[in-house]
Ligand binder design. Structure first.
Ligand SMILES: Cc1cc2nc3c(=O)[nH]c(=O)nc-3n(C[C@H](O)[C@H](O)[C@H](O)COP(=O)(O)OP(=O)(O)OC[C@H]3O[C@@H](n4cnc5c(N)ncnc54)[C@H](O)[C@@H]3O)c2cc1C
Length: 264
Protein backbone atom coordinates (compact mmCIF):
# COMPACT_ATOMS: atom_id res chain seq x y z
CA UNK A 1 0.00 0.00 0.00
CA UNK A 2 1.31 3.46 -0.87
CA UNK A 3 0.97 6.04 1.88
CA UNK A 4 -0.34 9.52 1.65
CA UNK A 5 1.95 11.58 -0.51
CA UNK A 6 -0.08 14.76 -0.71
CA UNK A 7 -0.79 16.29 2.70
CA UNK A 8 -3.80 18.23 1.39
CA UNK A 9 -5.68 15.01 0.64
CA UNK A 10 -8.55 14.36 3.01
CA UNK A 11 -8.73 10.77 4.25
CA UNK A 12 -12.10 9.10 4.13
CA UNK A 13 -13.31 5.74 5.41
CA UNK A 14 -17.07 5.46 4.99
CA UNK A 15 -17.53 9.27 4.68
CA UNK A 16 -20.55 9.00 7.01
CA UNK A 17 -19.11 11.82 9.12
CA UNK A 18 -17.02 13.87 6.73
CA UNK A 19 -19.62 13.96 3.93
CA UNK A 20 -21.80 16.08 6.23
CA UNK A 21 -19.42 18.93 5.34
CA UNK A 22 -20.87 18.70 1.85
CA UNK A 23 -24.49 17.78 2.56
CA UNK A 24 -25.06 20.04 5.59
CA UNK A 25 -22.46 22.78 5.29
CA UNK A 26 -22.25 22.87 1.48
CA UNK A 27 -18.46 22.88 1.52
CA UNK A 28 -16.48 21.35 -1.30
CA UNK A 29 -14.17 18.51 -0.36
CA UNK A 30 -11.18 19.42 -2.50
CA UNK A 31 -9.34 16.13 -2.86
CA UNK A 32 -9.96 12.89 -1.05
CA UNK A 33 -8.10 9.67 -0.42
CA UNK A 34 -10.69 6.91 -0.07
CA UNK A 35 -9.43 4.12 2.20
CA UNK A 36 -12.67 2.17 2.29
CA UNK A 37 -11.56 -0.56 -0.09
CA UNK A 38 -7.93 -1.12 0.84
CA UNK A 39 -7.75 -4.85 1.53
CA UNK A 40 -5.05 -4.61 4.22
CA UNK A 41 -7.14 -2.10 6.16
CA UNK A 42 -10.24 -4.29 6.16
CA UNK A 43 -8.80 -7.23 8.06
CA UNK A 44 -9.43 -8.37 11.63
CA UNK A 45 -6.58 -10.48 12.97
CA UNK A 46 -7.60 -12.44 16.07
CA UNK A 47 -4.84 -13.46 18.45
CA UNK A 48 -5.33 -15.01 21.85
CA UNK A 49 -4.14 -11.96 23.75
CA UNK A 50 -5.28 -9.19 21.37
CA UNK A 51 -7.30 -8.35 18.29
CA UNK A 52 -5.87 -6.24 15.50
CA UNK A 53 -8.60 -4.34 13.66
CA UNK A 54 -7.92 -2.65 10.34
CA UNK A 55 -8.95 1.01 10.13
CA UNK A 56 -11.42 0.39 7.28
CA UNK A 57 -13.31 -2.38 9.09
CA UNK A 58 -16.94 -1.30 9.18
CA UNK A 59 -19.10 -1.10 12.26
CA UNK A 60 -21.37 -3.86 10.94
CA UNK A 61 -18.41 -6.18 10.31
CA UNK A 62 -17.14 -5.38 13.81
CA UNK A 63 -20.56 -5.93 15.36
CA UNK A 64 -20.81 -9.39 13.85
CA UNK A 65 -17.22 -10.40 14.60
CA UNK A 66 -17.31 -9.15 18.21
CA UNK A 67 -20.77 -10.50 19.04
CA UNK A 68 -19.56 -13.51 21.04
CA UNK A 69 -16.39 -12.43 22.80
CA UNK A 70 -16.85 -8.70 23.44
CA UNK A 71 -20.27 -8.07 25.06
CA UNK A 72 -19.50 -4.45 25.94
CA UNK A 73 -18.64 -3.67 22.28
CA UNK A 74 -21.70 -5.57 21.05
CA UNK A 75 -23.90 -3.58 23.40
CA UNK A 76 -22.81 -0.33 21.75
CA UNK A 77 -22.44 -1.58 18.17
CA UNK A 78 -26.01 -2.94 18.23
CA UNK A 79 -27.29 0.62 18.61
CA UNK A 80 -24.67 2.40 16.51
CA UNK A 81 -26.48 4.50 13.86
CA UNK A 82 -28.55 2.21 11.69
CA UNK A 83 -27.57 -0.77 9.56
CA UNK A 84 -27.06 1.53 6.54
CA UNK A 85 -24.64 3.66 8.55
CA UNK A 86 -22.92 0.65 10.12
CA UNK A 87 -22.36 -0.83 6.67
CA UNK A 88 -20.16 2.11 5.64
CA UNK A 89 -18.90 3.73 8.89
CA UNK A 90 -15.42 2.53 9.83
CA UNK A 91 -13.54 2.22 13.09
CA UNK A 92 -10.74 4.40 11.63
CA UNK A 93 -13.31 7.09 10.87
CA UNK A 94 -14.84 6.88 14.33
CA UNK A 95 -11.41 7.38 15.91
CA UNK A 96 -10.34 9.92 13.26
CA UNK A 97 -13.44 12.05 13.89
CA UNK A 98 -12.33 12.44 17.53
CA UNK A 99 -15.90 13.38 18.39
CA UNK A 100 -16.78 13.78 22.07
CA UNK A 101 -19.69 11.43 21.38
CA UNK A 102 -17.91 8.94 19.09
CA UNK A 103 -19.37 5.73 20.45
CA UNK A 104 -16.30 3.52 20.23
CA UNK A 105 -13.95 5.97 21.92
CA UNK A 106 -14.83 5.33 25.59
CA UNK A 107 -14.69 1.59 24.81
CA UNK A 108 -11.22 1.89 23.32
CA UNK A 109 -10.13 3.81 26.42
CA UNK A 110 -11.59 1.18 28.76
CA UNK A 111 -9.76 -1.57 26.85
CA UNK A 112 -6.50 0.42 26.71
CA UNK A 113 -6.40 0.02 22.93
CA UNK A 114 -3.49 1.18 20.81
CA UNK A 115 -4.10 3.34 17.74
CA UNK A 116 -1.45 2.54 15.12
CA UNK A 117 -0.51 5.61 13.13
CA UNK A 118 1.47 5.14 9.96
CA UNK A 119 3.46 7.60 7.88
CA UNK A 120 5.44 6.78 4.77
CA UNK A 121 8.43 5.94 6.93
CA UNK A 122 7.27 4.58 10.27
CA UNK A 123 4.42 3.38 12.46
CA UNK A 124 3.78 4.60 15.99
CA UNK A 125 1.29 3.42 18.60
CA UNK A 126 -0.72 5.88 20.67
CA UNK A 127 -3.36 5.46 23.31
CA UNK A 128 -6.65 7.20 22.62
CA UNK A 129 -5.80 9.67 25.37
CA UNK A 130 -2.60 10.60 23.48
CA UNK A 131 -4.30 10.63 20.09
CA UNK A 132 -7.19 12.99 20.91
CA UNK A 133 -5.81 16.38 21.90
CA UNK A 134 -8.93 18.57 22.07
CA UNK A 135 -12.40 18.93 20.54
CA UNK A 136 -12.11 17.00 17.24
CA UNK A 137 -8.36 17.63 17.21
CA UNK A 138 -5.92 14.73 16.95
CA UNK A 139 -2.17 14.18 16.93
CA UNK A 140 -2.34 12.98 13.29
CA UNK A 141 0.23 14.70 11.06
CA UNK A 142 -0.62 15.57 7.42
CA UNK A 143 1.28 12.60 6.01
CA UNK A 144 -0.15 10.05 8.47
CA UNK A 145 -3.14 7.75 8.68
CA UNK A 146 -4.56 5.28 11.15
CA UNK A 147 -3.92 1.79 9.83
CA UNK A 148 -5.16 -0.38 12.69
CA UNK A 149 -6.35 -0.51 16.23
CA UNK A 150 -5.04 -3.11 18.63
CA UNK A 151 -7.35 -4.17 21.45
CA UNK A 152 -5.81 -6.31 24.21
CA UNK A 153 -7.82 -9.34 25.28
CA UNK A 154 -7.50 -9.81 29.01
CA UNK A 155 -9.71 -12.20 30.95
CA UNK A 156 -8.77 -10.57 34.28
CA UNK A 157 -10.85 -7.48 33.57
CA UNK A 158 -14.60 -6.97 33.78
CA UNK A 159 -15.96 -4.68 31.07
CA UNK A 160 -19.27 -2.83 30.92
CA UNK A 161 -20.77 -0.21 28.62
CA UNK A 162 -23.93 1.78 28.06
CA UNK A 163 -25.12 4.39 25.57
CA UNK A 164 -27.86 6.79 26.64
CA UNK A 165 -29.69 8.49 23.79
CA UNK A 166 -33.12 9.92 23.13
CA UNK A 167 -33.97 7.16 20.65
CA UNK A 168 -32.78 3.58 20.93
CA UNK A 169 -31.79 3.37 17.25
CA UNK A 170 -30.25 5.88 14.89
CA UNK A 171 -29.37 8.47 17.47
CA UNK A 172 -26.19 9.98 18.79
CA UNK A 173 -25.22 9.63 22.42
CA UNK A 174 -26.36 12.02 25.10
CA UNK A 175 -23.89 10.35 27.45
CA UNK A 176 -22.03 7.08 27.01
CA UNK A 177 -19.85 5.11 29.37
CA UNK A 178 -17.36 2.27 29.14
CA UNK A 179 -15.91 0.91 32.36
CA UNK A 180 -13.22 -1.66 33.14
CA UNK A 181 -12.46 -3.18 36.52
CA UNK A 182 -9.86 -5.63 37.77
CA UNK A 183 -10.21 -7.14 41.21
CA UNK A 184 -7.36 -8.29 43.43
CA UNK A 185 -7.41 -11.74 45.08
CA UNK A 186 -8.70 -10.03 48.22
CA UNK A 187 -11.64 -8.67 46.20
CA UNK A 188 -10.39 -5.11 46.27
CA UNK A 189 -10.34 -2.80 43.27
CA UNK A 190 -6.89 -3.40 41.76
CA UNK A 191 -7.48 -1.23 38.70
CA UNK A 192 -10.42 0.76 37.35
CA UNK A 193 -11.10 2.76 34.19
CA UNK A 194 -14.19 4.95 33.96
CA UNK A 195 -14.41 6.44 30.46
CA UNK A 196 -17.21 8.75 29.35
CA UNK A 197 -18.48 10.28 26.14
CA UNK A 198 -20.71 13.36 26.08
CA UNK A 199 -19.39 14.86 29.31
CA UNK A 200 -16.68 17.17 27.90
CA UNK A 201 -15.22 18.41 24.62
CA UNK A 202 -13.60 15.03 24.12
CA UNK A 203 -13.99 11.55 25.63
CA UNK A 204 -12.65 11.65 29.19
CA UNK A 205 -11.86 9.66 32.31
CA UNK A 206 -13.73 10.29 35.54
CA UNK A 207 -10.38 10.74 37.23
CA UNK A 208 -11.60 11.73 40.68
CA UNK A 209 -13.84 8.66 40.91
CA UNK A 210 -11.10 6.40 39.51
CA UNK A 211 -8.62 7.64 42.11
CA UNK A 212 -11.15 7.35 44.91
CA UNK A 213 -12.17 3.77 44.06
CA UNK A 214 -8.66 2.39 43.55
CA UNK A 215 -7.76 -0.02 46.37
CA UNK A 216 -11.25 0.10 47.90
CA UNK A 217 -13.42 -2.90 48.64
CA UNK A 218 -16.37 -3.55 46.32
CA UNK A 219 -19.03 -1.91 48.44
CA UNK A 220 -22.08 0.10 47.52
CA UNK A 221 -21.07 2.99 49.80
CA UNK A 222 -17.80 3.47 47.89
CA UNK A 223 -19.58 3.51 44.54
CA UNK A 224 -22.11 5.95 45.95
CA UNK A 225 -19.32 8.32 47.00
CA UNK A 226 -17.62 7.88 43.59
CA UNK A 227 -20.93 8.67 41.83
CA UNK A 228 -21.10 11.96 43.76
CA UNK A 229 -17.53 12.77 42.72
CA UNK A 230 -18.57 12.30 39.09
CA UNK A 231 -21.27 14.96 39.44
CA UNK A 232 -18.59 17.34 40.81
CA UNK A 233 -15.83 16.59 38.31
CA UNK A 234 -17.46 17.42 34.98
CA UNK A 235 -18.85 20.62 33.49
CA UNK A 236 -20.90 19.18 30.62
CA UNK A 237 -22.83 21.33 28.18
CA UNK A 238 -26.56 21.92 27.90
CA UNK A 239 -27.91 21.20 24.41
CA UNK A 240 -30.99 19.83 22.67
CA UNK A 241 -30.35 16.37 24.09
CA UNK A 242 -29.91 17.17 27.80
CA UNK A 243 -29.18 19.89 30.31
CA UNK A 244 -25.78 19.95 31.99
CA UNK A 245 -27.45 18.91 35.26
CA UNK A 246 -29.17 16.01 33.48
CA UNK A 247 -25.87 14.84 32.00
CA UNK A 248 -24.21 14.90 35.43
CA UNK A 249 -27.03 12.81 36.93
CA UNK A 250 -26.86 10.38 33.99
CA UNK A 251 -23.10 9.94 34.35
CA UNK A 252 -23.36 9.26 38.09
CA UNK A 253 -26.27 6.85 37.58
CA UNK A 254 -24.29 4.91 34.99
CA UNK A 255 -21.68 4.17 37.65
CA UNK A 256 -24.41 3.03 40.06
CA UNK A 257 -25.87 0.81 37.32
CA UNK A 258 -22.42 -0.69 36.68
CA UNK A 259 -22.09 -1.61 40.37
CA UNK A 260 -25.49 -3.33 40.41
CA UNK A 261 -24.87 -5.14 37.10
CA UNK A 262 -22.42 -7.63 38.58
CA UNK A 263 -22.51 -10.07 41.47
CA UNK A 264 -19.04 -9.39 42.74
C1 LIG B 1 -27.18 9.09 10.38
C2 LIG B 1 -25.88 8.98 11.14
C3 LIG B 1 -25.86 8.24 12.32
C4 LIG B 1 -24.67 8.15 13.07
N1 LIG B 1 -24.69 7.43 14.23
C5 LIG B 1 -23.55 7.35 14.95
C6 LIG B 1 -23.53 6.62 16.18
O1 LIG B 1 -24.53 6.02 16.61
N2 LIG B 1 -22.37 6.61 16.89
C7 LIG B 1 -21.24 7.25 16.46
O2 LIG B 1 -20.21 7.20 17.14
N3 LIG B 1 -21.24 7.93 15.30
C8 LIG B 1 -22.35 7.99 14.53
N4 LIG B 1 -22.32 8.70 13.36
C9 LIG B 1 -21.09 9.37 12.94
C10 LIG B 1 -20.20 8.50 11.99
O3 LIG B 1 -21.00 7.58 11.30
C11 LIG B 1 -19.14 7.72 12.76
O4 LIG B 1 -18.28 8.57 13.48
C12 LIG B 1 -18.31 6.81 11.84
O5 LIG B 1 -17.59 5.85 12.61
C13 LIG B 1 -17.34 7.58 10.98
O6 LIG B 1 -16.67 6.65 10.18
P1 LIG B 1 -16.42 6.90 8.64
O7 LIG B 1 -15.59 5.78 8.15
O8 LIG B 1 -17.69 7.14 7.92
O9 LIG B 1 -15.56 8.24 8.75
P2 LIG B 1 -15.30 9.36 7.65
O10 LIG B 1 -16.50 10.23 7.55
O11 LIG B 1 -14.81 8.73 6.40
O12 LIG B 1 -14.11 10.13 8.34
C14 LIG B 1 -14.28 10.77 9.57
C15 LIG B 1 -12.96 11.45 10.00
O13 LIG B 1 -11.96 10.46 10.22
C16 LIG B 1 -10.85 10.67 9.35
N5 LIG B 1 -10.40 9.34 8.94
C17 LIG B 1 -11.11 8.36 8.33
N6 LIG B 1 -10.36 7.26 8.17
C18 LIG B 1 -9.13 7.55 8.69
C19 LIG B 1 -7.91 6.83 8.82
N7 LIG B 1 -7.77 5.56 8.39
N8 LIG B 1 -6.85 7.45 9.40
C20 LIG B 1 -6.97 8.72 9.86
N9 LIG B 1 -8.09 9.46 9.77
C21 LIG B 1 -9.17 8.86 9.19
C22 LIG B 1 -11.37 11.51 8.20
O14 LIG B 1 -10.35 12.27 7.58
C23 LIG B 1 -12.39 12.37 8.92
O15 LIG B 1 -11.75 13.45 9.55
C24 LIG B 1 -23.48 8.79 12.60
C25 LIG B 1 -23.51 9.49 11.39
C26 LIG B 1 -24.69 9.59 10.66
C27 LIG B 1 -24.68 10.35 9.36
Amino acid sequence: MKFKQKPELLLIGGASDIALLKTKKHQDLAAILDLSNVKELKEIIKQESYWEIGASVTMEQLRQEMANDWPDFKNILDVFGSRQIRNVATIGGNVGSASPIGDLLPLLMAHQAEIIIQSKHEARPESLEEFILAYRKTSLMPDEMITKIIIPKDEDWLFWSEKVSKRKQLDISTVSAAFALRLTKEKKIGAIILAYGGMAAMPVHATMAEEYLLGKEIEEAHFEKAAKLITEEFQPITDARASKEGRAILAANLLRKFYFSFEF
